[in-house]
Design a protein around this ligand. Structure first.
Ligand code: NAI
Length: 406
């Protein structure tokens, strides 16, 4: 049976997803970023779109190669009206732009999946799709199914590794069987999609919102760094010290406080996947940590992390930290700001998260948190519920389609 797939984005993930799905189904790629779609189309076709089709080649981690050609690569959002499945394989700050552009065209029954969703993707989707949201299935993936890179932009890409399993949640829950079966069919046997009970669990689980801003704060806050260049790039995960571990534990505990408050308000609500950061390491890197007895050691002794350094820029006299890197620029707005905004609605104190957001917004030259409230002028760039006009916990649960308290 025919299935029409629309892949959004133009980076590593989008190029890989497009070539994989185009090998079996009618697949379109869309990029709304500058002239990326036109450039990609030109590169792929060697400039001869109607004449000689060069297509794309994807090398899988099994060594197999797929050759395919997407039906079109475009910047036309009306393509969303043709799609049965829409995959957002683009950094999370761009999701809202795609949802907004698709709103007039998208048809009932469409499955919309974000890989990865980061935090609050379901809330953003519901707010942009308005009355249409109820007739569609939103799927939030905890991460991307693959580690992948394009090797020749627009033409050749490689899957370096495929996850064994991956969590995804579907809103509304009644659509989960259909949506997960369809997406599993697209991905193939691996990764096995494991159904998570709800998108709030995916949002609060998001390990990137804890690890990346927490380690950046722990190394570069005023207490720890004099602002001068360093001779060498410090290790990111292996360099986590007692100070940084305390920051990470502080953020993770505050996320847990939010979880417990939600569970107290909605008895029986399942947030099992929104685990502590240490638990996440034990589950995700089992066997790869020489000593997993503490959070710090799980990071310091993790073989997946050997040699990985802080993002740094070369300068006269050594290296300066890149404080505008996605560890702050993506993981704070579309991760930590969601959790902080929800905590505010639930009246859960978040002293550590507040310190980290304050550091991040100063580093980024933005303002999200002002006088203890998620009300800064750049709030619209975040996933804080307040950014889409949600100002009470009742409104939040309604938007999240969570059966509510009275
Ligand atoms: P990427 O950095 O290759 O994505 C770049 C694309 O983002 C651009 O081609 C463009 O389509 C879009 N973009 C960039 N700036 C934009 C702007 N200002 N406005 C609108 N769109 C803009 O990212 P990649 O590697 O494709 O990853 C996608 C997501 O998956 C990210 O969230 C990443 O953290 C995550 N991820 C990626 C993995 C990988 O192996 N590539 C592994 C795990 C997660």
């Amino acid at each position: 049976k025919g299935l029409t797939v629309l892949v959004c984005g133009g980076g590593n993930a989008a190029q890989v997803a497009t070539s994989m799905f185009a090998s079996r189904y009618e697949t379109y790629a869309i990029s709304l970023y500058a002239d990326e779609a036109a450039k990609w189309k030109k590169h792929m076709m060697g400039g001869r779109w109607h004449d000689k089709v060069e297509g794309m080649k994807l090398t899988l981690d099994t060594g197999k190669k797929l050759i395919s050609t997407p039906t079109d690569i475009s910047n036309d959002p009306s393509l969303s009206g043709k799609a049965d499945v829409i995959i957002l394989a683009v950094p999370s700050f761009a999701h809202g732009q795609y949802f907004e552009a698709f709103y007039p065209y998208i048809k009932p029954g469409t499955i919309v999946a974000c890989m990865p969703a980061r935090s609050g993707g379901d809330i953003l989707f519901a707010s942009k799709m308005k009355e249409k949201a109820d007739s569609m299935a939103f799927v939030g993936f905890e991460t991307l199914p693959w580690a992948c890179r394009f090797t020749e932009w627009g033409k050749r890409a490689t899957i370096l590794g495929t996850k064994g399993q991956i969590l995804a949640a579907v809103t509304p829950e009644s659509e989960s069987t259909r949506a997960i079966a369809t997406l599993q069919g697209l991905l193939g046997v691996y990764p096995a999609i494991e159904k998570s009970p709800n998108n709030l669990g995916i949002s609060l689980r998001n390990p990137g919102q804890v690890i990346h801003p927490g380690v950046m704060y722990g190394r570069w806050c005023a207490e720890k760094w004099d602002g001068k260049p360093l001779a060498e790039k410090p290790l990111f995960y292996q360099g986590v010290d007692d100070f940084t571990e305390k920051v990470l534990l502080g953020i993770s505990d505050e996320v847990q406080d939010v979880c417990r408050k939600v569970e107290a308000l909605i008895p029986g609500f399942n947030l099992k996947d929104a685990c502590t950061l240490h638990r996440w390491y034990l589950d995700s890197y089992k066997g790869q940590m020489a000593d997993d007895s503490t959070l710090k050691l799980s990071m310091n002794t993790n073989s997946a992390y050997i040699g990985l350094t802080h993002p740094m820029n070369p300068v006269d006299g050594g290296f300066m930290p890149d404080l505008k890197y996605r560890y702050l620029a993506e993981d704070v707005p579309t991760g930590l700001c969601f959790t902080r905004g929800l905590a505010e609605l639930l009246e859960v104190p978040t002293p550590t998260i507040d310190k980290v957001i304050t550091f991040a917004q100063e580093s980024l030259g933005k303002s999200f948190l002002v006088d203890g409230k998620m009300a800064g002028p750049n709030l619209g760039e975040t996933r804080a519920p307040q950014a889409v006009g949600i100002n009470s916990k009742e409104d939040f649960f309604k938007m999240a389609k969570i059966a509510c308290i009275g």
